[in-house]
Structures are given as structure tokens and as C-alpha cells.
Design a protein around this ligand. Structure first.
Ligand code: SF4
Ligand code: SF4
Length: 338
């Protein structure tokens, strides 16, 4: 599938330059291959630039299967895989203390991806392929029976996935901005990062400006050494908590605004965590006319979720996806204004 990668790499550069970059986030810990295959099919046809998936061979196979089903005139988005740098919340799954659970069902409606269910014996169960660690279910349990466990991947497993010909981009999720962990990851992955887009996803407002500066300096130096295709920053706001409200993407916008001017000038800056249709309107405002695009996960999934199980409702999913992506593709590029 390497035939499409060069085009996809360039498509991302063009979209970032025109402030119309749209990435579908399937989820760093989301492993439901049937849903991933359908999501990729639907959103590729809505003309997204990039699809961000878990760094797992069977997830890449789902993307590959989806690409083979696309009409020939539909460009294949760049494939990005997400990696954990230092214990980021995107890399965790919910678990239950069986002895504490009273099978009351109170947590079930909280899950946006139907990962929680009762089995035939009316016993509470978790579909771990679907859980992507959003935490919505956690406060609904009256018995404190739910808890998180991080998901771990060994460097050699990550290396195998990064060598897959489909992979053209890597997203590094930095939670604590721990420089030693970042250096260790670059050491382990080395040249497998070369000629790929590297995206750094982090939340600047959770750190001092000094630690953000030091971290970005280190990140920039490490990137230079591996010669990537390009580098971008993804400012995460309200991670995995998007809703339809005006407020939803304000934390991401605040994080982007907090970046020093020289980083905005050096790397394209995108937003994630809380992205919805309203975000497109906010990006038209003068103060935000330097932001290069968005990654949308929660709403991109939930808005089409119940249309994905039946081929007969795929046309409704297509319409929803086209509207969501279209709102960002229409954003005016200030560089072309008179
Ligand atoms: S609500 Fe979120 S954390 Fe809980 S099971 Fe669903 S995806 Fe996982
Ligand atoms: S809310 Fe808590 S006790 Fe009730 S089914 Fe869910 S995990 Fe079990």
C-alpha cells in the first residue's frame, strides 16, 4: 500500500498549510476492528487527511481492509499511530473489582461506545476492545467497583508496527512532559520515525511555561536527528470529553493560545480534546486564524456510531461525516485573503 503514502504525506502538509487539516481519531486504546474498519471507510469518503489509530497490527489490518473497500477515486488518508511517552490517560482501560460489583447496570448508559454490558446471566461485563479510557463510567458506579489499568506495549512491538508500509505518521502522547521518557522513546524507535510526520500531543496548561519550553526544545532537537517528513503539535484540551457545547473546545484553544509565539511559527499547531462542529466556527475568529486544523475523536465516533452496524444505514453515516468534516474544510485560509 506504499503507493498512496507519498500522496498522503503531502496531503497532510497541504491541509495544515491551508488550515483545513482534519484527522479522525479512532482512539489510542480503541481496538474494535469492525468499528474501526467502518469508521475509516465512512470518514475517508468525507475526505479526511489523516486517521489516528492504536499502534497494533490487527488495528492496522482493519485500516488496510477499509482502504481496499474504498472507491478508487477516494484518496486514502495518512495513517498515524499513537504512542504513549510517559503514562498518558489515552492509554488505559477500565476494569472491575468483581467482588464489589453488584450488577446494578448504573454505569452502562455512561459509555459512548457500548463497552459495558450485562451477559446472559445478568452479570456485568466489559468489552475491552471498545473501552478507550474516557472515564465517563467511573463516577456512575455506586460501589466504586471500577478502576483503570494502563495499557502497555513493548518497544519491539511498537517497532514492528512502525515498519508497516501503511504507517506514515506517529503521535507521541506526553502527559508529564518527562524529558527522560521522551529521550528513551526516541532512542528505542530511532530511524523508524524517519520520513514520517511526528505529532506531539500534550496539554500545555497543565505545566509551567518553563517546562513546556524545555520539553519542546528537547522534542525539536530529537526530531531533527531522525529526519521526519514533518513535525506538528497537537494541543489536547478536554481529553476524550467532547460534547456538542460551545465550551467543549475552549480548553484546547486556551492551551494553543498559551504556546509561545516562536513555537506557533515553527510548527503547525492543531487541536484535539473537545472538538465539535462549533470548533470550526471558533477557528474562523481572528484570534485563532493561525491554527492549522483539528483531530476529532469522541464526536466523530458517537455521531455515526449507531449507523455503523447495518449497511442499510451507512448513507446516514456518510451524511453526518460529510457535515462534520465539511465544516472544517470550508474554513477560510487567511493567507489567501485580500
Ligand atoms: S465510559 Fe469510557 S472508560 Fe468507561 S468503559 Fe466506556 S470507554 Fe471505557
Ligand atoms: S455501576 Fe458499578 S456496581 Fe453497577 S454494574 Fe457498573 S460496575 Fe457494577
Amino acid at each position: 500500500m506504499s503507493w498512496c503514502k507519498e500522496d498522503a504525506l503531502k496531503q497532510v502538509a497541504d491541509a495544515l498549510g491551508n488550515r483545513r487539516y482534519f484527522k479522525l481519531i479512532c482512539g489510542a486504546s480503541f481496538h474494535d476492528v469492525d468499528k474501526i474498519k467502518s469508521l475509516v471507510q465512512i470518514y475517508a469518503q468525507a475526505r479526511i487527511d489523516c486517521v489516528d489509530v492504536a499502534c497494533e497490527p490487527h488495528v492496522l489490518k482493519a485500516v488496510e481492509d477499509a482502504y481496499q473497500l474504498l472507491p478508487v477515486n477516494v484518496p486514502k488518508p495518512l495513517v498515524m499511530v499513537s504512542l504513549d511517552v510517559d503514562g498518558d490517560p489515552h492509554f488505559r482501560k477500565i476494569h472491575v473489582t468483581r467482588s464489589a460489583c453488584v450488577d446494578c447496570e448504573a454505569c452502562l448508559p455512561a459509555c459512548p461506545v457500548d463497552a459495558l454490558f450485562m451477559d446472559g446471566s445478568h452479570q456485568f461485563q466489559i468489552n475491552h476492545d471498545r473501552c478507550y479510557g474516557c472515564s465517563r463510567c467511573l463516577p456512575t458506579c455506586p460501589s466504586d467497583a471500577l478502576y483503570f489499568q494502563p495499557t502497555h506495549a513493548l518497544p519491539e512491538e511498537l517497532l514492528n508496527v512502525l515498519r508497516h508500509p501503511l504507517v506514515g505518521a506517529v503521535e507521541l502522547h506526553a502527559n508529564h512532559l518527562d524529558i527522560t521518557s521522551l529521550e528513551r522513546l526516541f532512542d528505542a524507535l530511532g530511524t523508524s520515525l524517519s520520513q514520517k510526520w511526528i505529532s506531539l500531543c500534550f496539554r500545555p496548561t497543565e505545566h509551567t511555561s518553563e517546562s513546556v519550553e524545555a520539553y519542546l526544545e528537547c522534542f525539536a532537537t530529537l526530531c531533527e536527528a531522525v529526519q521526519p517528513y514533518g513535525v506538528m503539535l497537537q494541543i489536547d484540551g478536554n481529553a476524550m470529553q467532547a460534547d456538542e457545547s460551545h465550551q467543549s473546545s475552549l480548553p484546547a484553544l486556551a492551551g494553543a493560545t498559551a504556546l509561545a509565539e516562536r513555537w506557533k511559527a515553527r510548527f503547525p499547531v492543531t487541536l484535539s480534546g473537545g472538538i465539535n462542529a462549533e470548533t470550526a466556527r471558533l477557528l474562523e475568529e481572528e484570534a485563532h486564524q493561525w491554527i492549522a486544523g483539528v483531530g476529532m475523536g469522541t464526536l466523530a465516533r458517537t455521531r455515526v456510531w449507531h449507523y455503523l452496524d447495518d449497511a442499510a444505514t451507512f448513507s446516514q453515516a456518510h451524511a453526518v461525516a460529510s457535515d462534520l468534516v465539511g465544516a472544517f474544510k470550508k474554513i477560510e485560509c487567511f493567507m489567501f485573503r485580500k
